[in-house]
Design a protein. Structure first.
Length: 429
């Protein structure tokens, strides 16, 4: 396979055995994403209990008194776990050399096992370190699941397949959040993380269902083999990748703190009952499903760029509203924010996977993921610093989210990929 779009042999589209979005090869990728969401989101859902469990909370009016740990400790811990996801870049890049299926099964299995081990941590910083070791593997799992689903489908099914994978991840994250809200007093904070053995038990099923995409098989049979990670920044791909990286960074500046602090805000500041938090998460699950359906429909009709840009702006506005200080704003803002983020997912996920040829697709997804990690860390540090210095959470949202949302205009520097195959966009690969 040539990296020069002007040279090489065009692989006949009929040479690929493609699937419908509902076939088990795609569903298997969605189940892997479910497992990744279940394993990764536990620390966010249980952040309040993690802070109390490893710190000392009382009835004082400061962040340390109410949460149990300082905003600095919480922010640094979350930032370390987020930064650890940078390790997903070389891991996911290896899929361009060794295949999607092998890497996907390895990352989900080892990542969940480390999440279970984190439950035995003796201190907060041990917990951060162990959880951080599994984080890049679970992050790579989610990215590889999207790449696999996108490669298994044609244009008519691709946004649906990406939406299904996003639904899998969201369902996994929502499941652990609901379990924590309803059973944290029974299970304890350590028991919540031990529950990662449940999706880990699905590994034999994934081995049977997940298939190697024909797009990769054909590319791997070619005379040239890319250097994992580095070939994605070669000259033919560089401009598109730069735009994707900046957009991935910007949207994660918003979603990182918006998602990471919401349960801490609900439990430790608004003192929201667990049943209300569980209802909020359940409502967000319904909204997320509706958002994915709407996002898939809009991505296939209005286009990937317009859908992604408008949804990104909506996520920022709703995230600011969520932290304005009332229970109504928290519940409504969170549910509607999940809807907007779910509209964003099919459009952005399809766009990233359609913009690059098979030889570097996983690596490009890895770069996008790495940019998202750095964006989330930037957002967490900025949001936590403003909120922890005595300002309201809403002020932290304004300072952090508005500048990032303005970068949505960069979507128009990319070609519209609606109704097109990756082979159409890179005819020389």
């Amino acid at each position: 396979m040539s990296t020069d779009p002007g040279q090489g042999t065009v692989a006949a589209r009929g040479a690929f055995r493609l699937h419908r979005w509902s076939d088990r090869a795609v569903v298997g990728a969605a189940i892997a994403a479910f497992a990744a969401g279940f394993g990764q989101f536990g620390v966010v859902a249980a952040l309040g209990d993690v802070a109390r469990g490893f710190g000392q909370a009382d009835n004082g009016g400061t962040l340390v008194a109410q949460a149990g740990l300082s905003g600095t400790d919480l922010g640094i811990g979350l930032a370390i776990m987020r930064l650890a996801s940078l390790g997903a870049l070389p891991v996911i890049g290896l899929a361009d050399r060794f295949g999607r299926r092998t890497l996907l099964l390895a990352t989900v299995g080892i990542g969940l096992a480390l999440t279970v081990v984190a439950a035995a941590s003796p201190t907060y910083w041990w917990f951060v370190a162990i959880f951080a070791c599994g984080r890049p593997l679970l992050a790579a799992t989610n990215g590889l699941a999207q790449v696999t689903a996108a490669e298994q489908t044609a244009s008519a099914d691709r946004a649906k397949a990406v939406a299904l994978v996003a639904a899998g991840y969201g369902t996994g994250a929502g499941a652990i959040a609901i379990v924590h809200s309803l059973a944290a007093s029974t299970l304890g904070v350590r028991g919540v993380f031990v529950l990662a053995v449940v999706p880990l038990a699905l590994l034999p099923l994934l081995r049977r269902w997940i298939e190697e995409p024909d797009r990769f098989t054909v590319a791997a049979a070619g005379p040239e083999h890319p250097v994992p990670v580095l070939d994605a920044v070669a000259r033919p791909f560089r401009r598109r990748l730069a735009v994707i990286v900046v957009l991935g960074f910007a949207v994660s500046v918003i979603t990182g703190p918006a998602n990471s602090f919401v349960f801490l805000f609900a439990q430790n500041f608004l003192h929201q009952p667990g049943i209300v938090t569980a209802g909020m998460v359940a409502g967000a699950g319904v909204a997320g499903l509706g958002g994915l359906l709407a996002g898939r429909w809009l991505a296939d009709r209005a286009g990937r760029r317009l859908t992604g840009a408008l949804a990104m702006a909506a996520v920022a506005v709703l995230a600011i509203w969520t932290y304005t200080g009332s229970s109504l704003a928290l519940v409504a803002g969170y549910i509607l924010g999940v809807f907007a983020a779910s509209v964003f997912a099919p459009a952005a996920g399809s766009l990233v996977n359609e913009l690059f040829p098979t030889t570097v697709r996983a690596s490009a997804a890895g770069w996008s993921l790495a940019a998202g990690v750095l964006g989330a860390v930037t957002g967490l540090v900025a949001f936590g610093a403003v909120a922890g210095s005595g300002h309201r959470f809403a002020t932290a949202g304004l300072v952090t989210f508005v500048p990032a949302a303005l970068l949505m205009v960069l979507f128009w520097l990319l070609p519209e990929t609606r109704g097109r195959e990756p082979e159409d966009l890179w005819p020389g690969t």
